[in-house]
Design a protein around this ligand. Sequence first.
Ligand code: ZN
Length: 303
Amino acid sequence: MQLRKKKRFFTIMIIPHTEESIVSIRIPLYLFQTLSIILLISLLFSFVWIKSYQQLKGEAAEISQLRGENRNLNEHIDLLARETEELIRKVEQMDELSREICNLMELPPPEKKSDSYPIRLVYNENIRALPSRGENQVIERTALNISYLQVSIPEKNGELLQLKEDVEEYQKQMAATPSIWPARGRVTSEFGPRLSPVTRRREFHFGIDIAGQRGIPILAAADGKVVFAAYRRGFGNTIIINHGYSLSTLYAHLKSFNVPAGSEVKKGQVIGYMGSTGYSTGAHLHYEVHKKGIAVNPRGYLP
Ligand SMILES: [Zn+2]
């Protein structure tokens, strides 16, 4: 028996509304099915393509936005880098200033604790020529600069506090060092060997004599404490001031006292009045400076 395969067809008929004859297209069913599948697949591909296109379009907009943000960020990083640089320059200026202050005060310069100076970034436009690597470099160096500032600013603060203490100590020492004329007048006898005006014998004169008008003020040559204010044989009315730092001054032949023993006095304060008490041939001040208990030439402590 012969099996006869029946061919199946699909017929499309086009019937015009005029008198023209009917056009009928006979398409084998398998062709129709194949065409339908191709159409379906094409539709599916088109859909996928449109979806991807939309997605890509979205991503492109995002990329453009990100680029803008990146540019802004880079500008901010550059600004931060420059500001950090500026801070380092200011710290260096502070260094310079404290060194100058030390010089002026004749103090030793502040000790540097950390030598770990960072690789300093000198901001330069060439960095812009290498956008990604350049910015990374800027960030790395800025981070280094910031860590340097984190160490150096507290260190600088410590140095300045030390400097403040040193300056205060220096001022205290200066105030306690005889440096002014204790009386107005003319020097009639210097420190050193001489013929005594009273005994006419050779003697060593342990101070200088300043002759002036009786009753004129006698001033403390430096800050200190009056440790003696009384009559002493030979010296007459005498004041001794202890200034600390192994220094003391003696004022003799006073007419009278203006401060009692035990009082604290300031440089330039009136402590008594010029007279001629004790072994004296006329109104004058006998002024002595003692360092570590030894009389030294007062000229070294006069302006
Ligand atoms: Zn004298």
